[in-house]
Design a protein around this ligand. Structure first.
Ligand SMILES: N[C@H](CCC[C@H](N)C(=O)O)C(=O)O
Length: 279
């Protein structure tokens, strides 16, 4: 089996192209291949599949074998892969179908025949408590209290197709992600677990964020998490609707467009190497 290793700001993926449909046990395969000692090593496993309704379909699996509905960094990697590998000719606007984003338009900025940056329409944020999902039956989950091990945090919940718990902290860069991330990821308030973002707003257009991902743990970047972060900050009146999100792996530009209510994410994707699995 041939594979290509890619990343979006250090959030890394094993890309598989050529399958006509998702193989059985895709989750088990993700666990095996994403293992950083016994496998290739990655945060996730991504299948680029044919689609009857779009140019391609993306299915993604976390390194724990769970299948999330959406992944922002991975969709930029899919766009770069299909462009750089000549699967779309000179087409720089591509439709990619995902479980949690429907048909998404991805726009490529090419340099010397390679995708240098990718702008993704990530769709509308979902804010209704039960749809995120949380157990809270309310239209908006904003600046609510969440208690874990005697500590109380204030959070805002946003879905970008996948659930996010966004928390404002004094210093996101030095926050104890490894202690609080897993506790919040598995909090009963989130019936499907959740991604957890800790943000510090530097100014209304620049936010530091560190992420503990559902099913993957601490990653260097999270595209959907960056989108959820700007939506949460704007909802709480502490940022504009357009901001740069600074992650451990680099920066993403997030724009929550007022007229369409859609969130746009712009950032890079990189191909590291291709290989062949021995078995
Ligand atoms: N772990 C996430 C999926 C990957 C999201 C992240 N890598 C991104 O770039 O959006 C989840 O279970 O919802």
């Amino acid at each position: 089996m041939n594979f290509t290793k890619m990343h979006g700001l250090g959030n890394d993926f094993i890309m598989l192209y050529g399958y006509q449909e998702l193989p059985d046990e895709a989750g088990e395969l993700a666990i095996r291949l994403c293992n950083r000692h016994f496998g290739i090593g990655a945060d996730g496993l991504v299948f680029i599949l044919p689609s009857a309704e779009a140019d391609f379909q993306m299915r993604i699996f976390n390194s724990d074998g769970s299948e999330p509905e959406q992944c922002g960094n991975a969709i930029r990697c899919v766009a770069k892969y299909v462009y750089d590998h000549g699967l779309v000719g000179e087409q720089t606007s591509i439709q990619i179908a995902t479980l949690g984003g429907g048909i998404q338009t991805v726009t490529i900025r090419a340099e010397a025949g390679k995708a240098a940056a990718v702008r993704v329409d990530m769709g509308e944020p979902v804010l209704n408590g039960l749809d995120i999902p949380t157990v809270l039956d309310q239209a908006l989950v904003k600046d609510e209290a969440i208690e874990v091990d005697g500590e109380t945090f204030r959070f805002t919940a946003v879905s970008m197709g996948n659930p996010h718990c966004v928390i404002l902290v004094e210093d996101a860069l030095h926050f104890d992600l490894h202690t609080w991330g897993p506790k919040l990821e598995n909090h009963p308030l989130f019936p499907k677990r959740t991604n957890v973002e800790f943000m510090t707003v530097r100014n209304r257009n620049y936010i530091d964020m560190r992420v503990w991902e559902r099913g993957a743990g601490p990653t260097l970047a999270c595209g959907t998490g960056a989108c959820a972060t700007v939506v949460a900050a704007a909802l709480n009146g502490i940022s504009d609707r357009s901001a740069t999100v600074s992650l451990a792996g680099g920066e993403l530009l997030i724009e929550w467009d007022e007229a369409s209510n859609r969130v746009f994410m712009t950032g890079p994707a990189a191909e590291v190497y291709s290989g062949k699995l021995s078995e």
